[in-house]
Ligand binder design. Sequence first.
Ligand code: C2O
Ligand code: CU
Ligand code: CU
Length: 488
Amino acid sequence: MATRREVLKALGALSAAGASAALLPLKAFGASNDSSGVASFTQPLRVPPVLTPTSATSTTDYYDMQIAQTTATIIPGKSTPIIGYNGMTPGPTIRARVGREAVVNFYNGLPTTTLGGATGNTVVHLHGGHAPSASDGFPTDYINPGSNRTYTYPNNQVPATLWYHDHVMDDTAPHVWYGLAGFYLLTDSVEEALNLPSGAYEVPLVIQDRRFNTSGALAYSGTNNGETGDAVLVNGVVQPYFSVAKRKYRFRVLNGSNSRQYRLALSNGASFKVLGMEGGLLAAPVTVTNITLAPAERADIVIDFSGIAVGSNVTLRNTLVGSTSTLYNLMRFNVTTTATDTSVVPSTLRPFTKLNAADAVATRTFTLGGGGMMGGAWTINGAVFNPNTVIASPKLGTTEIWQFNNGGMMGGMNHPIHIHDVMFQILDINGAAPAATHAGWKDTVNVPAGGSARVIMKFTDYTGKYVLHCHNLEHEDNSMMARFDVVP
Ligand code: C2O
Ligand code: CU
Ligand code: CU
């Protein structure tokens, strides 16, 4: 396989000779024009290893993780500096069970200043987790270099596709860009009894766009509108291929990108089933031909390859960009074998209770603004994040409606708003009820440019400080985030 450099050299030689057909070999080699130079579908997908508890009791699993600078081989023949959990990106997957507590001790082995000039302080947040304030990863609850912190996750919530990632004030975006993110998959016996595809047929996929410089290092500019890359990574691998059998697979898809959105679709136009999004299973699966994920959104989907001939392939695409974009093809499924499939996607998944707007004791309005051509700060209600300013104090045990008005300059940008501590339900986006896929439990809602969204949620179990923020990570860092306190 020719490397990108060899292809470019050959192209240079040909075009010097005036050969306009020189573009053809690019396609023939399947070479990529993105900054990684890795040819599409030449690297096998990696599935992050499941983390083994260091010890366990009848109630609790204990885990240890280290946060450190290290290197990864993302581009063959080059070494890419990363910040990893246990030396890898994405970090190892934690598989947890409802009713069993997980206690995770993170040691910060970073220097005072780390990659991209970012702080060596870290914070870990379990995104989608319902945890006491002290374990939620408040942005100034730092783990300083050389220190550790223990987070307790009770797992008293509906099972779902969660993920953990860095949450340090001002530098979450570079920390995540350089590698600090991993899956946390929570299950229970109800879900297991459904007989969904499992084991080797249940695969987490985190999609992240990245940019590389010629040495193979990740390039990070910290642009105020949100960092974007030109190369697609799935589970830390550039446009991988995944060898599948002719059967159903369950994929836990996470948009782990700093700011990019993706509309997922299959190259053969086939439909797939959405089982749920951030907060676990829907009442019933929803059949779609595409689904759009804003940063931090997850889609729990089942793709059935049983109708595809062995030796054929299907590409997972991002149809928000044109077909010539380096961000169009995300990964390829190569159907290489047959397999028996006793799994099912039942027509009902998990009972779902709709929250009632009439039960809300308060409606709060948050105006999203700032940004603009001058690179100004992003704001909530006109203010930047201050860890000591409490913007809302919902009472424990009550239900509230939060309305987000996206009044950004010149129509502004999308703001995928995420609320910590609770799962919510979307009442409406731009006044319309959410699509069936988005009508279950969610923790992130894309508030469209110039538009609005309303969500409803109940504050249960824990009091204390939490945050809400835009999950475009550069917006979050500068500083579209606010503190709310759940009060007794
Ligand atoms: Cu995924 Cu407050 O974060
Ligand atoms: Cu979160
Ligand atoms: Cu935003």
